[in-house]
Design a protein. Structure first.
Length: 449
């Protein structure tokens, strides 16, 4: 990314087109340091049949040790977001309660990926990387118990990452993610489709195909995935851990719903008309049955009261982030966490003045009652966490909640009415994603054999 304004980066690392660590991954695909090309070729051929897509160009495959993979991950992170932006994102996330105070977001992101990634597809070099020496017990172990063979786990990782290559070649996945640099929540929804598809297809590749029975088995076996991942990555901040595992656990369930409605042709349509929020991933009926896209928000009216402040970032947090924040504040299962389900859209602006950082966050809730309840709950959370050291104010009008945290909150009284009056909130018309879609070129799978 270049520049800071509207760039963001909390959950947008494109490299996270990954396979999480699995027991002994890829060991049987590598012999004496050389890749078993014949075996890889058979996996590629079977994958194209299962996924009903053909490779447009060959996908280079390399095996790297942990140190090499770590260098690649660092390079991709540096490509996607600057150190300065990561610092701003970490501070802003800590202010709103998504991250712990003083988080080193770059270090925590790299640590999480280094510990958990078994393979990845690099959208810049268009190659896939298998990471040797993955941890011996990983979160996919339960999903692959039917196989009881370490070899098949490696094949599943390979098929998973090759599916990402198919997604990139046919649907310009990396380009679509690049276009969402100011909307982390929408990018998370698209990555959930990508990871859900790759997980289902990777599983089908080693299970001998995909059908409804196998799909139901996979969804059932992944029901405990968030809890397993929490144990595997217990040292990672929840604000980083939750969005990562969400792409697999919730992503599989969402893509499975599309597959039930029309097989892989319906899955393809998810890339052509992607879900627009983590809310639609969490509640698939808001995509498939009663399409409910989030509100589009332009925060305005604060500028004259905050002369001397500069915009460093604009972004969207989404229902998932809201639920994480409330869970961290009040505990999992609390009545306050349920308020996240009333989310209808949000926009957060990070402002800097010298070394100072403040955030202005405008959130749309389902109705005035939900806005009132959320404003009261979030005020309580901020009062307990920030006390008086960091200024913060929360208020609501109708279904809108305005949050200002940091030194800019001292000007709250002088800008509150102007922000409510001049900010623009529009609700895009719903579209039904499963209306007939135009035929796509290169759709057919290769002939058998």
């Amino acid at each position: 990314m270049t520049g800071l304004a509207k760039s963001g980066g909390r959950r947008r690392l494109r490299l996270v087109l990954i396979a999480l660590a699995a027991a002994g991954c890829a060991y049987q695909l590598v012999r004496s340091g050389a890749i078993d090309r014949a075996k890889v070729g058979r996996i590629e051929s079977g994958l194209q049949q299962i996924r009903e897509l053909s490779f447009i160009t060959p996908v280079p495959l390399v095996v790297e040790d942990r140190a090499q993979a770590d260098r690649d991950i660092r390079a991709q992170l540096a490509h996607d977001v600057s150190d300065e932006q990561l610092h701003i994102d970490g501070r802003a996330g800590a202010l709103i309660g998504l991250y712990p105070p003083g988080i080193d977001l770059k270090a925590e992101t790299l640590k999480l990926l280094d510990e958990q990634v078994a393979g990845f597809y690099d959208p810049d070099t268009k190659r896939m990387v298998l990471v040797s020496g993955a941890i011996e017990r990983g979160v996919w172990e339960g999903a692959a118990q039917f196989a009881m063979q370490r070899d098949l786990l490696g094949e599943m990782v390979l098929a998973h990452e090759l599916t990402h290559a198919l997604q990139d070649q046919h649907f310009d996945l990396s380009g679509k993610l690049d276009a969402l640099k100011a909307d982390d929540d929408r990018a998370l929804a698209l990555k959930s489709v990508a990871e859900g598809d790759a997980t289902i297809t990777g599983f089908g590749s080693v299970a001998g195909g995909m059908d409804q029975a196998r799909l139901d088995m996979l969804v059932s076996r992944l029901s405990d995935l968030p809890q397993l991942f929490a144990k595997e990555a217990k040292s990672a901040p929840e604000g980083l851990r939750e969005p990562l595992i969400f792409q697999y656990s919730a992503g599989v369930k969402f893509v499975a719903e599309a597959y039930r409605r029309g097989g892989y042709a319906a899955v393809d349509r998810l890339f052509e008309q992607p879900p627009q929020s983590s809310q639609q991933i969490l509640h698939p009926q808001l995509y498939f049955d009663t399409p409910t896209p989030p509100a589009r928000i332009e925060v305005a009216g604060y500028q004259s009261a905050l002369a001397g402040w500069s915009t460093a970032d604009e972004n969207c947090e989404g229902e998932l982030a809201l639920s994480v924040i409330l869970k961290l504040a009040f505990g999992d299962g609390s009545r306050q966490v349920r308020l996240a389900g009333a989310w209808k859209g949000d926009r957060i602006v990070s402002l800097t003045r010298g070394s100072e950082l403040s955030v202005i966050w405008l959130i749309v809730l389902a109705n005035e009652r939900a806005a009132s309840q959320f404003a009261a709950a979030y005020t309580e959370a901020l009062d307990r966490r920030l006390e008086v050291q960091i200024p913060h104010r929360v208020d609501y009008q109708s279904s809108l909640v305005l949050v200002v945290i940091g030194e800019a909150a001292r000007a709250f009284a002088g800008m509150e009415n102007a922000v409510f009056a001049h900010s623009r909130v529009t609700f895009p018309p719903p579209f039904h994603p499963f209306l007939p879609a135009p035929a796509r070129a290169q759709r057919a799978a290769p002939p058998p054999g």
